[in-house]
Write a protein that binds this ligand. Sequence first.
Ligand SMILES: [Zn+2]
Length: 467
Amino acid sequence: MAFLDQHFLLDNQAAIDLYEKHAAQQPIFDYHCHLPPRDIAANRRFTNLFEIWLEGDHYKWRAMRANGESERFCTGDATPYEKFLAWARTVPYTLRNPLYHWTHLELQRYFGINELLNEDSAPRIWAQANEFMESNSLDVQSIVKQFKVHTIGTTDDPTDTLDHHKQIAAGDLTTRVVPTFRPDAALRVHLLEDFNRWIEKLGLAVDSKIDSLKDLLNALRQRQQDFHAVGCRMSDHGLDITYSEPCTETQAAAIFTAARAGIAATPEDHTRFASFVLFFLGQLYSESGWAMQIHLGALRNANSRAKAIHGPDTGFDAMGSTLQTHALATFLDNLEQQNTLPKTIIYNNNPIENYSFATLVGSFSAQGIPGKVQFGSGWWFLDQKEGIEWQLNALSNVGLLSRFVGMVTDSRSFMSYPRHEYFRRVLCNLIGSEIERGLIPNDDALVGRMVQDICFTNAHRFAAIPS
Ligand SMILES: [Zn+2]
């Protein structure tokens, strides 16, 4: 079989039929990503391969560093072309890493380039891709149209402007673009300088001083409503651990006041305060019919020397080993006890907990809302064939795969839409191979509908974003 041909990842005829008939044509509902709303509003036009492909991609930086490339070519002052050449030198060494597949899939799908990327082909591929961008006016709008992107959920801090989103909605882009409310900074009362700077910014966003915990909660509520008004129906939380310690309003208020007076919270007080604010937010989402996304289990900035030099989130993270299920169960249960558990998606970054998470979500089913609490798609280090299959298998065995809300790019790059194709091929291959073995009926209406639902319909229905 040829590398990356039309049957890529599809090992049998049933998988090929499922993919071609039911998956390939589905629109993309990308409800979680990190694309800059500013670029979408401005309909940014890309002029070279570096801008569209390498800028800010810490997955690629990690591989380049692991291959011995100098930091100059990752986050340093090398020219865009030099950085591209360093990436091209690295690609042959990424065999069996998903980067090898993604790289060539992206070159094929965006520029029709079938050549393998390496040091020899790099100058040709650079010229060919750049020429393609020039002659086809490759911009954001043409990309989302080409990939049939129905909806984009960006990731936005409560202090972020919503002007770009308003501008996009007023324009003629048919793709629906909505913000996602990500108030992680509101929990970080232990990082004094960052926290106080953020509180000041939040005060500006709501045009009011924030002097007490009550002011903070009111400001969060106000921003949540502002987000709601522009179509936001989801929040997102990146949590190292689930915060579910008991904390009264009086305790939280004292911790907040101390932080504002220059006394950083102790680890215990941070956990208590974060638990209080997270619980408040969960209730807020429930009131508004929002869905709450929780990304759990990363060990961020593991290399503190690298963090000091390059800053956070630059590719020095790992899979955490903190077991989360108990704390997560307590958090969900506390909300459920008050009848205020919102729709929820839990993303896992450590496969050890795949089965625990998959069973936990099933403990919070709600009558009348299919798949109310979801086990989200394989995330970050698990966003590859094996990780995707593990997530699909765990969910199938102890829950309802048919109600799964499917894949997200979770990407900062406009060149990541083939991740949905990748996921769909893995999904169809898994199901197709069981059809071939007689484990799933060869019933096109039954199985085809499930594939369509997982690729698009379930997410569309779950997110309930107003058109
Ligand atoms: Zn994300």
